[in-house]
Design a protein around this ligand. Structure first.
Ligand SMILES: Cc1ncc(COP(=O)(O)O)c(C=O)c1O
Length: 365
């Protein structure tokens, strides 16, 4: 393995790493964090090979480790969470099938109709009664009766944590109930676990505790875990082999992908437990606003992980609100349903979150 002279890239890497944070307190998403120097070093030193030939040792290591953590037979590295979810839909369904999911689910709202485009399935969105978290009771009426003229309910996709609902976490018991309903109706279960790591920290359980109830699980390395690129789909060997074929069809076969997989592996090994810090920062941010503001409302019952949803009462131009915050050096993003969204991550400090919260209070009263 070639040794890597960190000093040569240090100045550039350091300025990359901090320029965003210097200028703005960037709470738009947990995807905005930059790889740390230690992560970059691991990436630079990664052993690589041609992953289209399944010869990249670092990709293989990442896939095996992810599968082991999730208690699945195999896993496949994918360029994005969207692709990992769509691979799951592709391997589980045939054209004309139906997928039940929550009405605010990422797969339904933010994947550019990919499920109908790529797998020719219909999505059946169900509104959850409790903070984006589906129950067996919510889902039961959406399951189709078996008749030749009806869609076939093939798959239930669950999102944990639930992004648009504000990072809410499924209690394991709820997942068990949903999976019993699914099994008794011969329905497959997929978990969109882009932020499963955050859910596990909140619920104090292992990823496998959740994954056991699902046929396939997608996870992301590039959100709270801080890797620059990538996700994985985990499940039975036979399905992952099939997913590999779809990934190639969709142009996702990557060559010396070990370079980026090394960042993901570093993230998986080093950045899971620290998510508790992101949750604490989100809580502090929300508390300062809740204590200090009359006009900005936060539903604290949704605040379980690193996403904070803010409602600014009497202020309908949210684009303007974002612009005003930006002038004060704070970047938030538009949430859904007339809300603003703040997401904490490993590139913002507690102090910055406190400052950002005070700016929100000062601006909107
Ligand atoms: C719940 C959820 N699933 C999937 C994705 C897609 O991930 P990516 O942006 O890597 O495609 C996201 C992205 O934010 C997400 O929040």
């Amino acid at each position: 393995m070639q040794s890597y002279e960190l000093s040569k890239v240090k100045s550039r890497a350091t300025s990359n790493l901090f320029n965003n944070v210097d200028k703005f307190i960037d709470l738009r998403s947990d995807t905005v964090s930059k790889p740390s120097l230690a992560m970059r070093k691991a990436m630079a030193e990664a052993a690589v090979g041609d992953d289209v030939f399944a010869e990249d040792p670092t990709v293989i290591e990442l896939q095996e480790e992810t599968a082991r953590i999730l208690g699945k037979e195999a896993a496949l590295y994918a360029p994005s969470g969207c692709m990992a979810n769509q691979l799951a839909i592709a391997v589980h369904t045939t054209a004309g099938d139906e997928v039940i999911l929550e009405a605010d689910a990422h797969i339904y709202n933010y994947e550019t109709t990919a499920a109908s485009y790529l797998s020719r399935v219909q999505l059946n969105p169900v509104k959850a009664a409790d903070r984006g978290l589906l129950s067996a009771e919510d889902i039961r009426p959406a399951i189709r009766e078996k008749a030749y003229y009806m869609p076939i309910t093939r798959l239930i996709a669950i999102e944990n944590t639930h992004n648009r609902a504000g990072g809410t976490v499924y209690p394991i018991e709820r997942i068990r109930e949903v999976s019993e309903l699914a099994r008794s109706n011969e329905i497959i279960m997929h978990l969109d676990g882009a932020r499963l790591w955050n859910a596990c920290v909140f619920a104090n359980c292992s990823p496998k505790d959740y994954a056991d109830y699902f046929d396939t699980v997608s996870v992301c390395f590039s959100k709270g875990l801080g890797a620059p690129v990538g996700s994985a789909l985990a499940g039975p060997k036979e399905l992952i082999t099939k997913a590999r074929r779809f990934r190639k069809i969709w142009g996702g076969g990557m060559r010396q992908a070990g370079i980026i997989a090394a960042g993901a592996l570093f993230a998986l090994r080093n950045n899971r437990e620290r998510l508790v810090e992101d949750h604490a920062k989100a809580r502090r941010f929300a508390e300062i606003i809740t204590d200090g503001s009359k006009n900005v409302k936060i539903d604290l019952t949704r605040l379980e992980t690193n996403i904070v949803l803010l409602k600014i009462e009497g202020f309908s131009d949210l684009g303007r609100a974002l612009g005003m915050l930006k002038e004060k050096g704070v970047l938030l993003s538009l949430g859904s349903h007339g809300l603003l969204r703040a997401v904490t991550h490993l590139d913002v400090t507690m102090d910055e979150c406190e400052r950002a919260a005070r700016e929100v209070v000062a601006l909107f009263g």
